[in-house]
Ligand binder design. Structure first.
Ligand SMILES: CC(C)(COP(=O)(O)OP(=O)(O)OC[C@H]1O[C@@H](n2cnc3c(N)ncnc32)[C@H](O)[C@@H]1OP(=O)(O)O)[C@@H](O)C(=O)NCCC(=O)NCCS
Length: 206
């Protein structure tokens, strides 16, 4: 990266996409995905407005130069994420903007330890290289996935991570599930088994 490029990269500001960005997103999408059915401003408005999506923006001197949309699917232990789109304007590619947008999405994903998936054109080496560098692997082929180009896509996934157990807050009062044992029975040893739970979820003393 040249010194001028470094200055440019340092000037990029990252924040959230808003409805006001829909037109600029559509213009960038046309530049980047022309042959593969670019999204309209209405499609971006819908993505940005969805409460299931996380939408990221990269701006240079106030102008949108990158965008990314991460969708949340499923609930609880079935939670997974999907990268709906990511793009960086041609004139600012190669400066680390795509990597930063992808990392912002993966921060959201990793907070939940969930898997994430995406589709990528089989011949899109810059994107495939970036995804592979961040833990994605090819798990399937979708023939003629993109229209109108009929280009094939790879399905790539990045597995979920096991989250560390969080310590439970210390309680001074007896927990509600503690068995109440009459004093006479307790003295006779009847309270054995009414233990306490530790952070691993094991019942101590049983
Ligand atoms: C894919 C894309 C988002 C990458 O954004 P970018 O800002 O240019 O990428 P970065 O400068 O952050 O580089 C991130 C990584 O991408 C990979 N990469 C970027 N350009 C590359 C190229 N020309 N060839 C191979 N790998 C490349 C590298 O792994 C790079 O990491 P490195 O710099 O540590 O080697 C951008 O090329 C783009 O918008 N392409 C068109 C839209 C698109 O294809 N989106 C993905 C659809 S699935």
């Amino acid at each position: 990266m040249s010194p001028a490029d470094r200055t440019t990269a340092a000037s990029v500001v990252y924040d959230a996409l808003t409805a006001d960005d829909a037109m600029a997103c559509a213009a960038l999408d046309l530049e980047l995905f022309g042959p593969d059915g670019p999204w309209s401003a209405a499609a971006f408005l819908s993505e940005i407005g969805s409460r299931h999506n996380h939408c990221f923006a990269a701006r240079l001197n106030g102008e949108l130069v990158g965008y990314a949309v991460l969708a949340t699917l499923g609930t609880g232990s079935d939670r997974e994420f999907e990268v709906h789109t990511i793009g960086v304007s041609e004139r600012t590619q190669g400066l680390g903007i795509g990597r930063t947008l992808l990392r912002q999405m993966l921060d959201v994903v990793d907070r939940e330890g969930a898997p994430v998936l995406l589709d990528v054109r089989t011949d899109n080496m810059p994107a495939r290289t970036m995804y592979e560098a961040h833990g994605f692997e090819i798990v399937g082929l979708r023939p003629r996935y993109y229209r109108p180009s009929n280009a094939d896509a790879y399905l790539m996934t990045r597995p979920g991570k096991t989250l560390p157990l969080k310590p439970l807050p210390q309680k001074t009062a007896a927990p509600s599930w503690t068995k109440t044992v009459p004093i006479a029975e307790a003295r006779a040893g009847g309270a054995a088994g009414a233990g306490t739970r530790d952070n691993s979820g094991e019942v101590a003393g049983s």
